[in-house]
Design a protein around this ligand. Structure first.
Ligand SMILES: [Zn+2]
Length: 82
């Protein structure tokens, strides 16, 4: 019998939390996707949205970091407006 904590979580894919950069089982992470419409990352609980996923673990500190993390599209439409 091996201890569970040997660096390889048994079973299932893993993803990296964008805040703490640790790896977790994908099923325990919350997926977010960069949406142009929203101008940032939006939750994607069903993992059905296209685009690159950004994963966040359950750590409250990560949630806080993540709120500041918000990737902003560097798209300026000819200067100031709206
Ligand atoms: Zn995290």
């Amino acid at each position: 019998m091996r201890p569970a904590d040997d660096g390889k979580p048994s079973g299932g894919p893993t993803r990296m939390c964008v805040a703490c950069r640790k790896r977790f089982p994908k099923s325990s992470l919350r997926r977010h996707v960069l949406a142009d419409d929203a101008g940032g990352l939006v939750p994607d609980p069903r993992a059905t949205m296209p685009g690159r996923g950004h994963y966040l673990c359950a750590n409250p500190e990560c949630a806080e970091k993540f709120s500041k993390y918000s990737v902003r599209p560097r798209r300026r439409r000819g200067g100031q407006g709206e």
